[in-house]
Ligand binder design. Structure first.
Ligand code: CO
Length: 211
């Protein structure tokens, strides 16, 4: 059986199992979407947002891209962020990276990967900010893993720099921002940073709203 046929078969089995456990499962989900969390994660197939957090459909709004980036000009990410924060009013935004991230590792080399160079440039900029700390580590694996942590910290900061988040902090004292790193080796998530609503950003990134 081809893989896509396997997926369709598993889908039917899953839907049937859910119905057997809870006959109202789908009708309940059909009528309301009220997740409390926005997850911004890596596209890596091994870091499946709902699976690693044990969450069900309906519990998390999800955006994934290579190396879990919050890029200021990324219309896709910004649209997801605005919808989650301003409309769904999520209380928590989580940026979750993972140790051994191929995107971060690639960004730390001089290899040219074509179009993706433009995406990885954002990670190279994080490296430049923390070059001394990262270069002091003895092995490549340790340097990549520290960069994964630093990258998550920077992406959380990038969230705090957006008008979407600053507007919500002013209007409703939410959401909380979190930076996590998942370890492929044992499946455990390590919290790295948390930013409370209204937490300080460097003055140049602060917006004064008229109302
Ligand atoms: Co990755």
């Amino acid at each position: 059986m081809a893989i896509y046929q396997t997926l369709l078969r598993r889908n039917k089995e899953w839907a049937q199992e859910e119905l057997e456990k809870d006959p109202d499962f789908f009708t309940r989900l059909e009528n309301v979407q009220k997740p409390e969390v926005l997850w911004i994660g890596c596209s890596d197939s091994r870091v499946a947002a709902n699976v690693v957090t044990g969450t069900l459909p309906g519990e998390m709004f999800v955006h994934r891209n290579i190396a879990n980036m919050v890029v200021n000009t990324d219309l896709n990410m910004l649209s997801v962020l605005e919808y989650a924060v301003a409309v769904l009013k999520v209380n928590h935004v989580i940026v979750c990276g993972h140790y051994g991230c191929g995107g971060v590792a690639a960004a730390m080399t001089n290899k040219s990967y074509g179009l993706i160079n433009k995406w990885l440039r954002n990670i190279k900029d994080v490296y430049r900010l923390h070059k001394d700390e990262v270069d002091a580590l003895p092995t490549e694996a340790e340097r990549v893993d520290r960069m994964v942590e630093l990258n998550v910290i920077e992406q959380v900061y990038d969230l705090a720099k957006t008008t979407v988040v600053q507007r919500a902090w002013k209007d409703r004292q939410g959401p909380h921002l979190h930076g996590w790193v998942y370890r492929l080796h044992d499946g455990i998530i390590h919290p790295i940073i948390e930013r409370e609503p209204g937490s300080k950003v460097e003055d140049i990134y602060r917006f004064d709203f008229d109302d």
